[in-house]
Design a protein around this ligand. Structure first.
Ligand SMILES: [Zn+2]
Length: 288
Protein backbone atom coordinates (compact mmCIF):
# COMPACT_ATOMS: atom_id res chain seq x y z
CA UNK A 1 0.00 0.00 0.00
CA UNK A 2 1.21 3.50 -0.76
CA UNK A 3 0.51 6.53 1.40
CA UNK A 4 0.52 10.23 0.67
CA UNK A 5 2.07 12.68 3.13
CA UNK A 6 2.11 16.46 2.84
CA UNK A 7 4.18 18.79 5.02
CA UNK A 8 2.84 22.34 5.16
CA UNK A 9 5.85 24.58 5.80
CA UNK A 10 6.26 28.31 6.28
CA UNK A 11 7.05 28.88 2.60
CA UNK A 12 6.38 25.61 0.77
CA UNK A 13 4.16 22.55 0.87
CA UNK A 14 6.04 19.32 0.14
CA UNK A 15 3.99 16.26 -0.82
CA UNK A 16 5.36 12.72 -1.12
CA UNK A 17 4.03 9.30 -1.90
CA UNK A 18 5.82 6.60 0.07
CA UNK A 19 5.74 2.82 0.13
CA UNK A 20 5.22 0.84 3.35
CA UNK A 21 8.96 1.10 4.14
CA UNK A 22 8.97 4.89 4.00
CA UNK A 23 10.75 5.10 0.66
CA UNK A 24 9.71 8.13 -1.40
CA UNK A 25 8.25 7.06 -4.74
CA UNK A 26 7.21 10.50 -6.01
CA UNK A 27 7.04 14.10 -4.77
CA UNK A 28 5.50 17.49 -5.59
CA UNK A 29 5.97 20.98 -4.16
CA UNK A 30 3.90 24.17 -4.11
CA UNK A 31 4.30 27.52 -2.37
CA UNK A 32 2.31 27.66 0.88
CA UNK A 33 -0.92 29.57 0.16
CA UNK A 34 -3.00 31.81 2.42
CA UNK A 35 -4.76 29.70 5.05
CA UNK A 36 -8.11 30.19 3.28
CA UNK A 37 -6.78 28.30 0.22
CA UNK A 38 -4.96 25.55 2.09
CA UNK A 39 -7.63 22.85 1.83
CA UNK A 40 -7.99 23.38 -1.95
CA UNK A 41 -4.24 23.03 -2.41
CA UNK A 42 -4.03 19.88 -0.27
CA UNK A 43 -6.84 18.31 -2.31
CA UNK A 44 -5.05 19.20 -5.55
CA UNK A 45 -1.73 17.79 -4.31
CA UNK A 46 -3.34 14.53 -3.19
CA UNK A 47 -4.98 14.07 -6.60
CA UNK A 48 -1.71 14.87 -8.38
CA UNK A 49 0.15 12.30 -6.30
CA UNK A 50 -2.48 9.67 -7.10
CA UNK A 51 -2.40 8.27 -3.59
CA UNK A 52 -4.33 5.16 -2.79
CA UNK A 53 -6.46 5.46 0.30
CA UNK A 54 -4.75 7.59 2.88
CA UNK A 55 -3.51 11.14 3.35
CA UNK A 56 -1.37 12.40 6.22
CA UNK A 57 -0.76 16.12 6.70
CA UNK A 58 1.72 17.92 8.95
CA UNK A 59 0.91 21.54 9.88
CA UNK A 60 2.71 23.88 12.30
CA UNK A 61 0.66 24.85 15.33
CA UNK A 62 -2.00 23.36 17.55
CA UNK A 63 -3.98 20.66 15.73
CA UNK A 64 -6.90 18.74 17.31
CA UNK A 65 -7.15 14.94 17.17
CA UNK A 66 -9.85 15.34 14.51
CA UNK A 67 -7.56 17.43 12.30
CA UNK A 68 -8.75 20.99 12.94
CA UNK A 69 -6.07 23.71 12.99
CA UNK A 70 -6.84 25.71 16.14
CA UNK A 71 -3.90 28.11 15.84
CA UNK A 72 -0.80 28.35 13.69
CA UNK A 73 1.36 31.36 14.67
CA UNK A 74 3.20 31.57 11.35
CA UNK A 75 0.23 31.07 9.00
CA UNK A 76 -2.00 34.12 8.62
CA UNK A 77 -5.71 33.50 9.16
CA UNK A 78 -5.28 29.93 10.39
CA UNK A 79 -7.92 29.67 13.10
CA UNK A 80 -10.37 26.78 13.29
CA UNK A 81 -9.64 25.42 9.82
CA UNK A 82 -11.27 22.00 9.53
CA UNK A 83 -8.58 20.44 7.30
CA UNK A 84 -9.22 16.85 8.38
CA UNK A 85 -13.04 16.80 8.31
CA UNK A 86 -13.23 18.76 5.02
CA UNK A 87 -10.69 16.58 3.19
CA UNK A 88 -12.33 13.37 4.44
CA UNK A 89 -15.59 14.64 2.96
CA UNK A 90 -14.10 15.75 -0.37
CA UNK A 91 -11.79 12.76 -0.97
CA UNK A 92 -13.72 9.97 0.76
CA UNK A 93 -10.52 8.55 2.27
CA UNK A 94 -8.77 8.34 5.64
CA UNK A 95 -7.09 11.66 6.47
CA UNK A 96 -4.93 12.36 9.51
CA UNK A 97 -3.61 15.83 10.39
CA UNK A 98 -0.94 16.34 13.02
CA UNK A 99 1.58 18.95 14.20
CA UNK A 100 4.50 19.24 11.73
CA UNK A 101 7.24 18.59 14.28
CA UNK A 102 5.36 15.56 15.61
CA UNK A 103 5.13 14.00 12.13
CA UNK A 104 8.81 14.81 11.45
CA UNK A 105 9.69 13.02 14.69
CA UNK A 106 7.57 10.06 13.64
CA UNK A 107 9.39 9.95 10.28
CA UNK A 108 12.83 9.96 11.91
CA UNK A 109 11.70 7.29 14.34
CA UNK A 110 10.15 4.97 11.73
CA UNK A 111 12.65 5.34 8.91
CA UNK A 112 15.41 7.76 9.95
CA UNK A 113 18.01 8.40 12.64
CA UNK A 114 15.95 7.12 15.61
CA UNK A 115 14.91 3.87 13.94
CA UNK A 116 14.70 1.01 16.42
CA UNK A 117 14.78 3.23 19.54
CA UNK A 118 12.16 2.64 22.24
CA UNK A 119 12.71 6.03 23.88
CA UNK A 120 13.73 8.98 21.74
CA UNK A 121 13.38 12.75 21.58
CA UNK A 122 13.47 14.58 18.27
CA UNK A 123 14.45 18.25 18.26
CA UNK A 124 14.33 20.51 15.21
CA UNK A 125 16.50 23.59 15.58
CA UNK A 126 15.32 25.87 12.79
CA UNK A 127 13.84 29.36 12.84
CA UNK A 128 12.06 28.14 15.98
CA UNK A 129 12.33 24.83 17.84
CA UNK A 130 9.97 21.95 17.24
CA UNK A 131 9.99 18.52 18.78
CA UNK A 132 8.49 15.11 19.13
CA UNK A 133 8.72 12.53 21.88
CA UNK A 134 8.63 8.74 21.72
CA UNK A 135 8.40 6.95 25.06
CA UNK A 136 8.03 3.23 25.61
CA UNK A 137 7.74 2.72 21.86
CA UNK A 138 4.79 5.12 21.55
CA UNK A 139 4.61 8.54 19.90
CA UNK A 140 3.41 10.94 22.61
CA UNK A 141 0.53 13.20 21.61
CA UNK A 142 -0.84 14.23 24.99
CA UNK A 143 -4.49 14.66 25.99
CA UNK A 144 -5.27 17.09 23.14
CA UNK A 145 -2.59 16.30 20.58
CA UNK A 146 -0.50 19.27 21.73
CA UNK A 147 2.42 17.41 23.37
CA UNK A 148 6.02 18.03 22.33
CA UNK A 149 5.98 21.83 22.12
CA UNK A 150 9.48 21.77 23.53
CA UNK A 151 10.54 25.09 22.00
CA UNK A 152 8.19 26.87 24.38
CA UNK A 153 9.52 25.47 27.62
CA UNK A 154 10.61 28.51 29.58
CA UNK A 155 14.32 28.48 30.24
CA UNK A 156 14.71 32.05 31.53
CA UNK A 157 11.88 33.63 33.50
CA UNK A 158 11.07 37.15 32.25
CA UNK A 159 13.53 36.56 29.41
CA UNK A 160 13.30 37.38 25.72
CA UNK A 161 9.81 37.87 24.28
CA UNK A 162 8.43 34.98 22.20
CA UNK A 163 5.76 35.02 19.42
CA UNK A 164 3.74 32.57 21.58
CA UNK A 165 3.03 35.46 23.97
CA UNK A 166 5.32 34.41 26.81
CA UNK A 167 8.91 35.27 27.69
CA UNK A 168 12.10 33.25 28.01
CA UNK A 169 11.12 30.29 25.81
CA UNK A 170 13.95 27.92 24.83
CA UNK A 171 13.56 28.70 21.13
CA UNK A 172 14.44 32.36 21.77
CA UNK A 173 17.93 31.19 22.90
CA UNK A 174 18.73 28.02 20.98
CA UNK A 175 17.18 28.35 17.50
CA UNK A 176 18.72 29.69 14.30
CA UNK A 177 17.13 33.10 14.88
CA UNK A 178 18.45 33.17 18.45
CA UNK A 179 22.01 32.82 17.19
CA UNK A 180 21.67 36.15 15.45
CA UNK A 181 20.64 37.73 18.75
CA UNK A 182 23.57 36.15 20.62
CA UNK A 183 26.04 37.32 17.97
CA UNK A 184 24.84 40.92 18.16
CA UNK A 185 23.18 40.82 14.75
CA UNK A 186 25.79 38.87 12.77
CA UNK A 187 24.20 36.34 10.45
CA UNK A 188 24.33 32.76 11.81
CA UNK A 189 25.96 31.42 8.66
CA UNK A 190 28.78 33.93 8.97
CA UNK A 191 29.26 33.14 12.67
CA UNK A 192 29.68 29.44 11.90
CA UNK A 193 32.01 30.10 8.97
CA UNK A 194 34.28 32.13 11.26
CA UNK A 195 33.97 29.52 14.01
CA UNK A 196 35.10 26.74 11.65
CA UNK A 197 38.01 28.96 10.59
CA UNK A 198 39.11 29.28 14.24
CA UNK A 199 38.04 32.89 14.96
CA UNK A 200 38.08 33.51 18.74
CA UNK A 201 35.06 35.81 18.90
CA UNK A 202 32.89 33.49 16.81
CA UNK A 203 34.04 30.53 18.91
CA UNK A 204 32.86 32.32 22.05
CA UNK A 205 29.43 32.97 20.47
CA UNK A 206 29.07 29.36 19.32
CA UNK A 207 30.08 28.11 22.78
CA UNK A 208 27.37 30.27 24.39
CA UNK A 209 24.87 29.13 21.79
CA UNK A 210 25.81 25.46 22.39
CA UNK A 211 25.31 26.00 26.14
CA UNK A 212 21.75 27.24 25.57
CA UNK A 213 20.99 24.26 23.33
CA UNK A 214 22.51 21.91 25.91
CA UNK A 215 20.42 23.38 28.76
CA UNK A 216 17.22 22.45 26.96
CA UNK A 217 18.48 19.02 25.92
CA UNK A 218 19.47 18.31 29.54
CA UNK A 219 15.97 19.26 30.76
CA UNK A 220 14.41 17.00 28.12
CA UNK A 221 16.71 14.21 29.28
CA UNK A 222 15.60 14.73 32.88
CA UNK A 223 11.97 14.43 31.81
CA UNK A 224 12.14 11.69 29.16
CA UNK A 225 15.37 9.70 29.77
CA UNK A 226 15.78 8.97 26.04
CA UNK A 227 18.43 6.64 24.61
CA UNK A 228 18.85 8.95 21.63
CA UNK A 229 18.19 12.61 20.83
CA UNK A 230 17.84 13.26 17.12
CA UNK A 231 18.63 16.83 16.14
CA UNK A 232 17.42 18.25 12.85
CA UNK A 233 17.22 21.67 11.22
CA UNK A 234 19.73 24.12 9.80
CA UNK A 235 21.53 24.71 13.10
CA UNK A 236 22.84 21.17 13.46
CA UNK A 237 24.04 21.22 9.86
CA UNK A 238 26.07 24.32 10.79
CA UNK A 239 27.89 22.47 13.58
CA UNK A 240 28.88 19.90 10.93
CA UNK A 241 32.01 18.08 12.12
CA UNK A 242 32.07 20.03 15.41
CA UNK A 243 29.07 18.44 17.11
CA UNK A 244 31.60 17.66 19.89
CA UNK A 245 31.17 21.28 21.10
CA UNK A 246 27.51 20.54 21.72
CA UNK A 247 28.22 17.10 23.20
CA UNK A 248 30.63 18.61 25.70
CA UNK A 249 28.16 21.28 26.90
CA UNK A 250 25.40 18.66 27.04
CA UNK A 251 27.55 16.36 29.12
CA UNK A 252 28.30 19.23 31.56
CA UNK A 253 24.59 20.11 31.83
CA UNK A 254 23.34 16.61 32.63
CA UNK A 255 22.15 15.84 36.12
CA UNK A 256 24.57 13.40 37.76
CA UNK A 257 26.54 13.30 34.55
CA UNK A 258 29.22 10.85 35.70
CA UNK A 259 26.76 8.34 37.12
CA UNK A 260 24.46 7.72 34.16
CA UNK A 261 24.41 6.60 30.51
CA UNK A 262 24.28 9.67 28.26
CA UNK A 263 21.73 9.80 25.44
CA UNK A 264 23.42 9.80 22.04
CA UNK A 265 23.10 13.09 20.11
CA UNK A 266 22.67 12.27 16.42
CA UNK A 267 21.85 14.44 13.40
CA UNK A 268 18.50 13.80 11.71
CA UNK A 269 18.79 11.78 8.51
CA UNK A 270 15.64 12.51 6.46
CA UNK A 271 16.31 16.22 5.96
CA UNK A 272 13.48 18.39 4.67
CA UNK A 273 11.36 15.31 3.84
CA UNK A 274 11.06 14.07 7.44
CA UNK A 275 7.67 15.74 7.96
CA UNK A 276 6.07 14.56 4.72
CA UNK A 277 7.40 11.00 5.15
CA UNK A 278 6.30 10.95 8.78
CA UNK A 279 2.82 12.22 7.90
CA UNK A 280 2.45 9.50 5.26
CA UNK A 281 3.62 6.72 7.61
CA UNK A 282 1.64 7.97 10.60
CA UNK A 283 -1.70 7.92 8.80
CA UNK A 284 -0.85 4.40 7.64
CA UNK A 285 -0.44 3.41 11.27
CA UNK A 286 -3.48 5.29 12.56
CA UNK A 287 -5.92 3.74 10.06
CA UNK A 288 -4.07 0.39 9.78
ZN1 LIG B 1 7.22 30.66 23.26
Amino acid sequence: MKHVGIDVGGTKCLGVIVDSFGQVVHEVRYPTPHASELIDLLEKMFRELEGETTLGVGVPGLITADGVIKASPNMKGAHNIAVGPELRERLGIAVHVENDATVAAFGEWKSGAAMGARDAVMVTLGTGIGGGIVMGGQLQRGANGFAGEIGHMVIERDGVECPCGRRGCWERYASGSALKMLSGGVDGKEVFEKFHAGDAEATAVVNTFASWIAEGLASLTNICDPEVIVIGGGVIESFATRIDVLEEKFSQSLYSSAMRPHPRLVPASLGEKAGAIGAALLVGEVVG
